[in-house]
Design a protein around this ligand. Sequence first.
Ligand code: SF4
Length: 328
Amino acid sequence: MNIGITSTIPVEVVYAAGKIPCDLNNIFINDQNPERFIRQAEEAGFPRTTCAWIKGIYGVMQEVHSERKLDTIIIVSGGDCSNTIALGEVLKHDGKRVISFSYPVKPDLDEMEQTIGKLARELGAEPDEISACKKHLDTIRLKLKTIDRLTWQKMVVSGDENLRYLVSSSDFNANPDQFACEIDSFLEEVHHRQPIKKKIRLGLAGVPPILNNLYTTLDRLDAAVVFNEVPRQFSLPWAPDCSLAQQYTHYTYPYQVERRLADIAQACRERKIDGIIHYTQSFCFRQIEDILFKRILAVPTLTLEADQPGPLDGRTLTRIETFIEMLR
Ligand code: SF4
């Protein structure tokens, strides 16, 4: 059975229960026509001022659930987004099985163990199976860590390739073995590449952008994205050295923004980043956190906002061009 997920959760538990997690965000944004999912949600009554990711997930659950056998969804009801709670209530009323997963308010190890245990009981996953799945997925997380290192150290992986692989670690593309083979082929290919030469080194912070030409635009402006903050967090690069509960307490995204900012500041130093683009989604509460990005980060920071899937608008493009010129 496939299970839709709305954000990064302990997928080790889902696989250990013999079920297949499918990241609904990736199904939405990788569709040829993602706008139609948003339209479906708005026709069902979702307000125009709801984040497009939430509407996209709803549309995906309406349209492709039978094709992908998605009758169950795990929503992250704590540590992600309050919109998800309302989304879960509507989906439950629509007849879907909705399971809540809530990150502890603080990254407390005991509470995390309890939270993961609750999910395991709900899905029927046994401890031995969970350990075996963790071991297997950790080998893939190590490969993703290599992709990340080759992005900022060797400069043979582009920022959008980095994003594509790291963001897929939320569900391992619903097929960990196939995903591992794809990564192996990719690593073999980049082994023969010449380093990418760009004048400006950027970090991209925030949720994955809904825009489809941001990376190609930055590339054209002679800027390389050497750090994708949230996708790197999804990949949990520290996981092989930790217990399952520890690996999800190190994950910064569900907790206070100060932890994210400390992680970004460290990446700026380590990766010699010239500037940060902080992407924020329209109508997302995380836009408020941008105040602290501007106050705390020592590197120049540009805030970008977008609402719908598609290309950059003219005004946003001008702002990016000005920012890159300033860094140069
Ligand atoms: S972008 Fe913001 S509002 Fe939208 S789902 Fe993510 S956290 Fe929630």
